[in-house]
Ligand binder design. Sequence first.
Ligand SMILES: [Zn+2]
Length: 417
Amino acid sequence: MKPPSSQGLRLTCLLLALASLCLPIPLWKDRDSLMQEEKAQETGGNLVLSRQEQQLNTKLVSLKKMEIATAMTTGQFPPSMHFFRAKRLIDQSKVFNIIKLMPKGAVLHLHDYAMLSVGWLVYNATYLPDCYICFTHTGTVRFRFSKPHPPHPVPAQCSQWVLLESYRKQLHNVSEFDRSLVRNLTLVTDAPEQAYPSQTFIWKRFEEVFLIASGLICYAPVFKAYFYQGLLEFYEDNVQYVEIRAILPTVYELDGTQHNKSWSVAIYQEVTRQFVKEHPDFLGAKIIFTAHRMLNVSQIKEAIVTAMALRAQFPDTLAGFDLVGDEDEGHSLWDLKDALTIPYSLGVNLPYFFHAGETGSLLQGLLLVLHGHFHLGAVLTSHPLQQQNFSAIILHFKVKQCLSQPQVLTADTHQSN
Ligand SMILES: [Zn+2]
């Protein structure tokens, strides 16, 4: 092989030198400006911290590093553990307790039956007079308030009604019984992976919990107190505004009188006003009326008509409509399009807040939007708050980890983003 000529060698060296001189400079420059641009677009990227805020930030970051270092030594890293096991560690976390005090803005994903610590239901609601309980053959319970006579008929596959006050009196260990009621009203178990091997199992149990809670929550005095207490818990977590997805079930009185949906929305409105009056730095609460996605098209049509009427009656309280239930098992948005397009065809503004996408039907929702059926574009641009809420539907993918994990949608939250 012929060695390269000295002229050829010089040319090669010159080219390499030029390349080393010229290429890296624009590349590094591009990289730095790109990184800076991206950082500026992150949440709070353009915020300039005051000296006090910088001190807090330094403290928070060092606490965070300490907690990560501890997790490395103990091998217990909460984001990689099942939420039920991690919760105890999260509650002890100094970082979490600082975050708890910080202002949160709005909570946009809440459900009427799951907005309050379950302990309140057991240690307050079930201790109210005239509370009856019955026991199912699968080891769960049902509740009902009534006076003077125990209500009939007994729910399917349940024992006779027993007055809870008398039942507790003949128990040796009331605390253990109350703890069993708490277990009845939550998904928490020592072995979640075995208890809930699939989404079908978890959804069955999930919906049973709501059925158990409904006997308590739907009793009119509890309904009002529960909502007030729910707002209080959020207020204490420094939340300023909430939106609650509510199925607006029938609320009952001690004598069996039943109230309609309009009554429930009026109570939500009244309790919210009272709460804001007593806590003027709290901005308020709105209701998103929801129907179960297992219902058929004509039942959903009925729900849409009800939603339009309720929104006309309570324009400041009823924000819009959504569907709840397992997306894989229930109807997709597309299946229900004949019902969901009714407001648009009537020229009525009924905003939709679909939390579609938990298990896959977001695309169908977006398709309906893109085809103009929901006319969301106009709705969103004319109502900035709703536009934020719609964004929240997308953001929701990132923040709903605590729910996703028990629902068997993700196993290790620190790897799922
Ligand atoms: Zn939800």
